[in-house]
Ligand binder design. Structure first.
Ligand SMILES: [Zn+2]
Length: 329
């Protein structure tokens, strides 16, 4: 078994952020939308720094104009993930990009995504679950609309609520209402923190939003007391090393704290975040973790197990993932 064929569980992944650039370029052409400036000479996504990354990301979303486009997008991202051995994927889906936060429009987008997911599960054996995601720099009122969409569609497929976007915009408590709504609807919670913000941002996110998982969270290591608290609470970290290196949140693979986080007793998992934007995939993440920290199949099996246990899915689905992982490990 190779790192590519090894079954994997991935829990931090943005549906639009995973859109292959060729797919987006083709769609833009079909629709007569000119977004040529977001592509580099090799046809990949072009940007410099996190601010430009967000702008390029939003521009790449512009040809995704309706449910049918998200149906095709879901097909493309699941084919890509399955190719790299992913057997269970959780993806962030933003109602802001799927109907502008309108619940009726959101239902249509979601039906299209679920349809493609059901087909991929049948054909390629990959299971998808959706985490409704607010975009932080769109402000709390818009986050409340995203939460409303989440609560209206919580169920077998939409199992979680989270927030991404510009992390240093406002404080976690400003978004507490959206997270409270989602929690009351039975959704499980995660939030990006500690990628650009420091340990205090992670602490406030755990305290004020009541999340059980943190997206990235690498700067938790600045505060030993917070590390101890996160260990005690069993907080799970959705670590995306290739993303952190690519965007400059750390200076390089050697400087990435994932090994120190694990050694400190934190629950760590590995995901790709926005794979084509960071020229990565799950095979590359495993390969570079092997090269940098000498992690091997035993370590990767442990990452998979942590992710499987932390997955926002029901127990029957979790048992199915365990079976797929267990057969191969
Ligand atoms: Zn992310």
């Amino acid at each position: 078994m190779t790192y590519k064929s090894m079954p994997k569980v991935e829990i931090h992944h943005h549906i639009e952020g995973a859109a292959p650039p060729k797919f987006i370029a083709g769609l833009a052409l079909e629709k007569g939308i000119d977004i040529s400036k977001i592509f580099d000479a090799d046809g990949g996504y072009a940007y410099d720094g996190f601010g430009e990354f967000l702008a390029t990301y939003e521009a790449a979303c512009t040809p995704l104009t309706g449910p049918q486009e998200f149906y095709r997008l879901t097909q493309a991202i699941l084919a890509e993930a399955a190719e790299h051995g992913v057997v269970y994927l959780e993806t962030f889906i933003s109602p802001d990009f799927c109907g502008g936060g309108d619940v009726a429009a959101w239902r249509d987008y979601l039906a299209a995504i679920e349809q493609a997911a059901a087909e991929a599960e049948h054909d390629a054996g990959i299971t998808l679950r959706g985490i409704v995601t607010a975009v932080r720099h769109f402000d709390p009122d818009q986050a409340n609309l995203a939460a409303k969409c989440a609560t209206e569609t919580a169920g077998d497929f939409i199992t979680g609520f989270g927030m991404g976007g510009a992390e240093t915009h406002l404080r976690p408590a400003d978004f507490a209402y959206a997270f409270d709504m989602a929690r009351e609807a039975g959704l499980q919670l995660t939030c990006h923190a500690g990628e650009w913000g420091g340990a205090a941002m992670v602490a406030e996110t755990i305290r004020d939003l009541g999340v059980t998982r943190i997206g990235h969270g690498i700067h938790v290591m600045q505060d030993p007391n917070l590390v101890a608290e996160a260990v005690e609470k069993g907080i799970v970290f959705e670590v995306c090393p290739g993303s952190n290196v690519s965007l400059g949140a750390v200076t390089g693979w050697n400087a990435h704290p994932i090994a120190k986080m694990r050694d400190a007793g934190l629950k760590v998992t590995v995901s790709t975040d926005d794979p084509p934007f960071f020229h990565t995939d799950m095979t590359r993440e495993f390969t570079l973790l092997n090269r940098t920290f000498d992690w091997d199949v035993v370590d990767f099996s442990a990452l998979n197990k942590t992710a499987m246990e932390a997955a926002f899915c029901d127990d029957a689905t979790r048992a199915k993932i365990a079976e797929k992982l267990g057969d191969a490990q």
